[in-house]
Each structure stands twice: as C-alpha cells, then as structure tokens.
Design a binder for this molecule. Structure first.
Ligand code: FAD
Ligand code: DHB
Length: 389
C-alpha cells in the first residue's frame, strides 16, 4: 500500500488532518486501532473555539454543528454568594460553541467513509520504520489479521497520549515536561435540561464544580474529587447533593435527571518537544495534554493539524521544507500558551492546600470579576488566541 501521508489515530486530530489534506489534493490513509463504535461513543470535550468551528465548517463538516451546536457568549464564574457573568463579545469580540467531541468525531468519520480517504479501524501492532529518511513506512496488522505495509512520504502521529508515535520521536532525543494535579474530575451526563444559560465554573470550599451541557435536554456536570476516589462509591444521589452544595445560589437549583454516564478523569499537564522527528510529525494529545478546566484539549488538536496540513501541503506539492521545519516551534508556542491558561484556570478554581491558598484563589476570582483587563485576559484565552502567536 502507498499513500502520501500515513496518519496514525482517528481522533479529531487525525480525522481532520486527513480531510484538510484531501481538500488540497494530498492523499492519506488513517489507521485506528479501535472500532468505529468505540471511537464514536467516547465522551470527552464539549467546547469549541471560534477557530475550531470555522475550520470544521471550511472543511465541509460544519452542517450539523451549525444546526445543533449552541453558541455561547460567555461563562459564569462563581464563588460563595457571587455568580458573575463574563460577556465574551463585549470583552474580546468572540464566542464559543457547545458541541460534543463525540459529534465532531461522528461528523468527520461520516465524511471520511462517504468518499473520503481510506480509514481503517481495528488495526493492530502498528510500528514505524525509517522516519529519518524520505520514505517512512508504517507496518500494521489489518482487521482481518493480515500484516500490511504502508509506504508514505510523511507520517502524522495523531494517536493520543498512549500512542506509539511519541516514543519514536523521543527516541531521537527531546524533552518532556509533566505536572500531575492532586485532584481529578468526576463527570456525569444526565438527561436533564440545563438550569443555566451559560456554563458555570464554581469555586467552593469543598471543591470545584462545573455545569456544562450538550443540548437543551442534556446536561454535562463535573465535580472535583480526589484521584483515589472510586466511581462505585458515588451514587447518583451523592453526586447531585455535592453539585447542589457546591453550586448553591439563593433562588436557583441544579436540574436533576437520569444519569446516563459517569466516570472519573485524572488531570495532568504534559508537553513533549520537539513535535517532529524527520518525516514523523506529532499533533494533538500525542504531543501534549492539558487539564480540562480551560476547555483547550480538542481546540489545541485542531490548531496543530491546521498548521501541520499547511506544512505538509507545502512540502509535498511545492517541495519546500520551510513550514515543516518551523512546524514544531510554531505549534509549541501555542501549546505553551494553552498549557499556561489551563494550569491557571485549574489552579484558580480547584481546592487544594490550606486556607492561605484559598484566600489567594478568592482574591484572583474577585479580580477577574471586577477588572475588565483581568476579565479580558481570561476571555481572549478561553475563546481562542490567533493560530500563530
Ligand atoms: P485522541 O482523541 O486521543 O485520538 C487518538 C486516537 O488514536 C484514538 O482514536 C486512539 O484510539 C488512536 N490510537 C491510539 N493508539 C493507536 C495506535 N497504536 N494505532 C492506531 N490508533 C491508535 N478536553 C477538553 O477540552 N474538555 C474535556 O472535558 C475533556 N475530557 C476528556 C476526557 C478524557 C477521558 C480524555 C482522554 C480527554 C479529554 N479531553 C477533554 C481532551 C480532548 O478530548 C483531547 O484533547 C482530544 O481528544 C485530542 O484529540 P486527538 O485526536 O489528539 O487524540
Ligand atoms: C466541558 C469540558 C470542559 O473541560 C470545560 O472547561 C467546559 C465544558 C464539557 O465537557 O462540556
């Protein structure tokens, strides 16, 4: 088998990259080790920056997003006794959209299978060869158990945090930076109408809580918990009671409904550099992880592949190496900005440490809620900074 770009991993990064390349006349093959059902059912992020919406729309996969996505013009920041609204259009002229990552993935897979480049599910034993030369290869076993070789001009490692690509890049040297946080998120999906117009990010002495949504009838809520907590110990009743306590506001309450999914997610920051070795390029979670508080993970993956698609088109069509040579540095500039913002939001809103830490957090929250300059800094980062920083 031969293609121009071999893409490992059919998450949002790999699928979108394949589509952006196809629109420029570059062919690719996407290899995914899970089944289509598994990939489409994975519940993850929910907030899209304007840039992400624009990119998906320009790539021809924005129809359902335009119909079913919910445009949001701000967030509520809350601490005991106060719920303050940040108005994003007034602060920075941009908005964000609520549209689940599951839906983005379904739209991309449908477009791919509907006449797009090949997308092979349930492959196994994926191995990379000769990434330092001009003709890298991917060996894998297909869904029928037949060994295959994919000859490529370039390879994109979009295989997430646990993939095979990052170790190959790091094998030639490089560096990783990592921070593990002393808390995790317990997330639920519930068939309940959201009791709020905008997302609520709530600081509380007992821990952070977030009220989000997926549609006018489905709520997505998160609670800060200790990473050692077991989901079996959290009955639906216990979760709703904790949400009531942490989001309490006079005259307002959380809407309850049947819980359809619940899980505990660890939280970490992780950056791996460089994002390239020879003809192998990393993008998305394969190269970096942010804690979810700033809603940046999916948006960063989209920004990476937007830069990578431009660089690969230039390399393969114009035989110019300038954009692939600068890809890692340009992507990492944005990665570190989002890493800082995600760390900052996380540190401001999650309880840990002592009462001194709590007072610092409350002081920072009051500052964001009272200073237009401080609010604008949050709004610009949350709604998404320009692609090139
Ligand atoms: P992924 O979505 O991880 O896609 C990688 C793909 O590669 C997967 O389909 C995987 O099966 C495949 N793969 C892995 N190894 C191989 C292999 N060897 N061969 C072939 N295929 C392989 N972000 C937020 O902003 N908000 C959230 O609430 C949020 N929640 C999250 C919850 C969880 C449990 C996780 C893991 C992440 C969450 N994120 C969240 C982050 C966000 O979902 C990711 O940043 C985003 O999925 C990155 O997309 P990606 O395509 O780079 O990686
Ligand atoms: C959601 C996830 C986030 O990490 C966030 O900051 C806001 C919303 C969500 O899943 O809806």
């Amino acid at each position: 088998m031969r293609t121009q770009v071999g893409i490992i991993g059919a998450g949002p990064a790999g699928l979108l990259l394949s589509r952006l390349l196809a629109l420029q006349g570059i062919d690719s093959v996407v290899l995914e080790n899970r089944s289509r059902d598994y990939v489409e059912a994975r519940i993850r992020a929910g907030i899209l920056e304007q840039h992400t919406v624009d990119t998906l729309t320009a790539a021809g996969v924005g129809d359902r997003l335009q119909r079913e996505g919910l445009e949001h013009s701000g967030i509520h920041l809350q601490y005991p006794g106060v719920r303050h609204t940040l108005d994003f259009p007034a602060l920075c002229g941009r908005t964000v959209w609520v549209y689940g990552q599951t839906e983005v993935t379904k739209d991309l897979i449908k477009a791919q299978l509907d006449g797009g480049p090949p997308l092979l599910f349930e492959v196994s034993d994926v191995r990379l060869e000769d990434v330092d030369g001009d003709s890298p290869r991917i060996r894998f076993t297909d869904a029928d158990g037949v060994p295959q070789v994919l000859e490529c001009d370039a390879v994109a490692g979009t295989d997430g945090f646990h993939g095979v690509s990052r170790p190959v890049v790091q094998g030639a040297g490089g560096r990783v930076w990592e921070r593990t946080y002393p808390y995790a998120w317990l997330g639920i999906l519930a068939d309940a109408a959201p009791a709020t117009d905008e997302l609520i990010y709530a600081w509380h002495p007992e821990g952070f809580a977030l009220y989000s949504m997926r549609s006018p009838t489905v709520s997505r809520l998160y609670l800060q918990v200790d990473p050692s907590e077991r989901i079996e110990d959290w009955s639906d009743e216990r979760i709703w009671d904790a949400l009531d306590t942490r989001m309490a506001l006079e005259g307002w309450s959380v809407n309850r409904g049947p819980v359809t999914e619940k899980s505990i997610l660890p939280m970490r920051s992780f950056v791996s550099a460089p994002m390239r070795r020879g003809r192998l390029f990393l993008a998305g979670d394969a190269a970096h992880i942010v804690p979810p508080t700033g809603a940046k993970g999916l948006n960063l993956a989209v920004a990476d592949v937007t830069l990578l698609a431009q660089a690969l088109v230039r390399l393969l069509q114009e035989k110019e190496t300038d954009l692939v040579d600068s890809y890692s540095d340009r992507a990492l500039a944005r990665v570190w900005r989002c890493t800082h913002f995600s760390w900052w939001m996380t540190s401001m809103l999650h309880r840990s440490g002592d009462d001194f830490d709590a007072e610092l957090q409350l002081s920072q929250l009051r500052r964001v809620c009272s200073s237009e300059a401080a609010a604008r800094e949050l709004a610009e980062n949350y709604t998404g900074l320009p692609l090139e920083l």
